[in-house]
Design a protein around this ligand. Structure first.
Ligand code: MTE
Ligand code: MO
Length: 213
């Protein structure tokens, strides 16, 4: 399927789900699996039909927007930053969840300290090498489980899962984490990302089935 047709199909699916009344349940499940999700032991791949091949020599991550210290990190710069690991659960809006994903990389807070966002910066806009984008309130990015991951299960993150580097925001549906990330922009006003302009929720809380806006 071509990229455009794939996106169109996924968007139609979202509209259909919304029309069917797939909205927040009255009571969220109390256990580990958010309501409406099914546990998977595999690792499905979701993308826009392109998995850009970036060599480490060509990879950069820019930190820009309303920051005191804009920068463009290369692969070496990125690996000179403190590396952390975090194990978290992964919830995709298309109703699969995966437990115990072991991610390694740099904490968002490390990049925050490096870039020094100005007080008026309240939102973050992520861009990717495949043309994807997504957005978050800055506050949601400052949880210590939010990472820019380059490792999965102790090995280099595979391209199909967003390598060279992807963002992980475990508390929200996974579309809020940009695979193939190339830029992090700090903004005063919110700016909707790829799926957010196509009908996905802007808040994306799996525990309240906050799937579609
Ligand atoms: N760059 C980029 N990031 C993306 C996407 C994408 O299409 N492109 N899809 C999102 C969605 S909807 C999900 S569920 C996860 C999927 O990650 P996975 O392919 O590793 O399962 O990546 C998110 N980040
Ligand atoms: Mo997803």
């Amino acid at each position: 399927m071509s990229k455009d047709r794939y996106i169109e199909a996924k968007q139609k699916w979202a509209e259909k789900q919304k029309a069917r009344g797939v909205t927040a349940r009255v009571e969220a499940s109390k256990d580990r699996l958010p309501p409406g999700q099914k546990l998977t032991t595999g690792f499905p791949v979701l993308d826009l039909g392109v998995q850009p091949a970036i060599e480490t020599a060509d990879w950069t991550l820019s930190l820009d927007g309303l920051v005191e210290k804009p920068s463009k990190l290369n692969w070496e710069d990125f690996h000179a930053l403190p590396q952390v690991e975090d194990v978290s659960d992964f919830h995709c809006v298309t109703t699969w969840s995966k437990y115990d994903c072991r991610w390694g990389g740099v904490a968002f807070t490390t990049l925050y300290e490096l870039a020094q966002p100005k007080p008026e910066a309240q939102f973050v806009y992520f861009t990717s090498y495949d043309g994807y984008s997504t957005n978050l309130p800055l506050a949601a990015c400052l949880d210590d489980d939010v990472l820019i991951a380059t490792q999965f299960d102790g090995s280099q993150l595979e391209r199909e899962h967003g390598g060279l580097a992807r963002v992980i925001v475990p508390k929200l549906y996974a579309w809020k984490g940009a695979k193939f990330v190339k830029g992090i922009t700090f903004l005063a006003e919110d700016k909707l990302g790829f799926w957010e302009v196509r009908g996905y929720s802007n808040t994306a809380d799996p525990w309240t089935e906050d799937r579609y806006a």
